[in-house]
Design a protein around this ligand. Structure first.
Ligand code: GLN
Length: 489
């Protein structure tokens, strides 16, 4: 089996027993990136020299008898290009940050490097994470490894495609309205969006600060678990992180799902859901029941308001967050006669259309005279959406449903129709509005051979429940072991 196909556990075992060196592992990944990323375009930047140097240091440390207790020691990591890694470019998929090299790393990156992980590069994203397909990147689109004519989802499409095509064993993304869970579904892999406040946002370039969270991609939840455990927990650099101790995940492996109550929200199986997606999800529900779970009908009555509420709150927060990109402090600067001229010219030219649209929408929603009617009202409805979940979790341990209404869209399917694109987010934005965690796992394929993803949503800080349900499912199914042909190229 090629090194690039191994699970984290297998990789770690091979490294610890001397079957492979970190340098061999990194070299194989870099070679694989060279052979397939010309077609997929997952990476915006690959740090070949830096990764090889760190691999050598890891091997030297091992040779000197320094055993690391971390299961992540010497293991490669890809990072979405909206998360800072000291010394590596961070463009956020935008021309306004072209050439910007941050002087510090995000807390999540620091923690993973401290555990011994080696960052191999930065992955493509919709500009400032605004999008659902990665087509909004200013540096070209990323293609779905299962079918190059389709999108990988977004906005963390580069990270999802990289893991799916085995250019990285695990990757970091961000999820403001679905950007980890949806691309994981489109690319046939697993992805987690933790509870808001469970993982530090320090070093994540802010999009919607009350919604953003760092998430993780892997082939299986077992691959994701050690990465999650390494990054979860309070951070002095992010006052919104919880001081509660993160639950341990996958500590004692459950054999079945006896005693687990899993809710099936009726609002998640409505018109517009692709028939093959519903077919595969229903089959997965039967599997869950077969494993001992009790399925319970649930209603989340405010679901229909989630997309409009999200598309007021997210752009409103984005319009404030993106004000810092003024051509003076970060990135390129266009010359002008006055300071305002510099601002206007730089922002006017360097922001793409979708980002500009969101800044305008958000500024309008926050403007005097309209604030109460839009942002204020959206915040009230957001509380109703949250209350739906709070109530549901008095009855069940988790909720289950599709992650998106369709499988991966054809490239260009919604270009020029932002509303159609926004509606794709119906099943994912609710978790961000409420702040609850979610995990996507692959559960089948449509008739064209594109993956179908299922989403599990959990109670606040109950990531352990989600990991347990997902891992028992994966223990008894094979979907997470399926690879696109490109993964073996
Ligand atoms: N598709 C959503 C948006 O465009 C979510 C993106 C995200 O989670 N970053 O805002």
């Amino acid at each position: 089996m090629p090194v690039t196909d191994l699970s984290i556990k297998e990789l770690s075992h091979q490294l610890n027993t001397g079957m492979v060196t970190s340098q061999q592992v990194i070299k194989e990944y870099l070679n694989h990136i060279r052979s397939v990323d010309g077609e997929v375009h997952s990476f915006l930047y690959v740090d070949e020299a830096g990764a090889m140097e760190k691999a050598k240091q890891a091997d030297d440390a091992r040779a000197a008898g320094k055993k690391s207790p971390s299961p992540l020691f010497g293991i490669p990591l890809a990072v979405k290009d909206i998360i800072t890694v000291e010394g590596m470019p961070c463009t956020c998929g935008s021309k306004i940050l072209e050439g910007y090299i941050p002087p510090y790393s995000a807390t999540v990156v620091n923690r993973l490097e401290a555990a011994g992980m080696i960052v191999i590069g930065k992955t493509n994203t919709d500009e400032f994470a605004m999008g659902s397909t990665t087509e909004n990147s200013a540096y070209g689109l990323t293609r779905n490894p299962w079918n190059l004519g389709h999108v990988p989802g977004g906005s963390s499409g580069g990270s999802a495609a990289a893991v799916s095509a085995r250019m990285a064993p695990v990757a970091l993304g961000t999820d403001t309205g679905g950007s980890v869970r949806q691309p994981a579904g489109f690319c046939g892999i697993s992805g987690i969006k933790p509870t808001y406040g469970r993982v530090s946002r320090y070093g994540l370039v802010a999009y919607g600060s009350s919604l953003d969270v760092c998430g993780i991609f892997g082939a299986s939840v077992e691959d994701i678990a050690p990465v999650y455990s390494a990054i979860a927990g309070h951070d002095n650099m992010d006052a919104t992180t919880s001081i509660t101790v993160p639950s341990t995940v996958l500590a004692n492996k459950a054999k079945n799902l006896k005693g687990k109550r899993i809710g099936v929200p009726k609002e998640y199986f409505i018109g517009g859901l692709q028939a093959e997606v519903e077919r595969e999800i229903r089959a997965a529900l039967a599997t869950l029941r077969g494993l001992g779970a009790e399925l319970v009908d649930i209603s989340l009555p405010h679901t229909e308001y989630a997309v409009p509420v999200y598309y007021i709150i997210a752009p409103a927060e984005a319009s404030a967050n993106l004000a810092r990109f003024d051509g003076i402090r970060f990135g390129p600067q266009l010359q002008g006669k006055s300071m305002w001229d510099v601002f206007l010219r730089t922002r006017g030219e360097k922001f793409g259309d979708e980002v500009t649209r969101r800044i305008m929408l958000g500024t309008y929603a926050l403007s005097s005279g309209y604030y109460d009617a839009y942002y204020g009202q959206a915040q009230k409805v957001r509380q109703r959406i949250r209350a739906d979940f709070v109530k549901a979790f008095t009855q069940v341990d988790a909720l289950v449903g599709p992650v998106a209404p369709t499988t991966a869209l054809k490239i260009g399917a919604h270009s020029g129709d932002p509303l159609a694109m926004y509606l794709e987010d119906i099943y994912t934005v609710t978790a961000n509005l409420a702040g609850i965690p979610g995990i996507t796992i692959p559960v089948g394929f449509d008739d064209q051979g594109l993956p179908v993803g299922m989403q599990l949503l959990g109670n606040f800080f109950a990531e352990d429940d989600l990991f347990t349900i997902a891992s028992v499912f994966q223990e008894h199914t094979h979907w997470h072991r399926q690879r696109p042909a490109l993964a073996k190229a």
